[in-house]
Ligand binder design. Structure first.
Ligand SMILES: [Zn+2]
Length: 59
């Protein structure tokens, strides 16, 4: 689990593994897609290749 600042509800939320819907291994790092407690789909780039944590709203 990890914390994430949601761009939809503008809150820092604790994201549980059960909320993760997709993991994509890209050249930029691991793209984690999950559903926030508010119901918004969010993504987070993580892993060794990621320059810095990033959060974007996937519309
Ligand atoms: Zn949210």
């Amino acid at each position: 689990m990890f914390t994430h600042h949601c761009t939809a509800c503008n809150r820092r939320q604790l994201i549980l593994p059960s909320q993760v819907t997709r993991l994509d291994n890209t050249h930029r790092g691991i793209d984690v897609t999950f559903t926030c407690w508010c119901g918004s789909e969010q993504s987070l780039l993580t892993g060794r290749a990621a320059q810095q944590p990033r959060a974007t709203l996937v519309a």
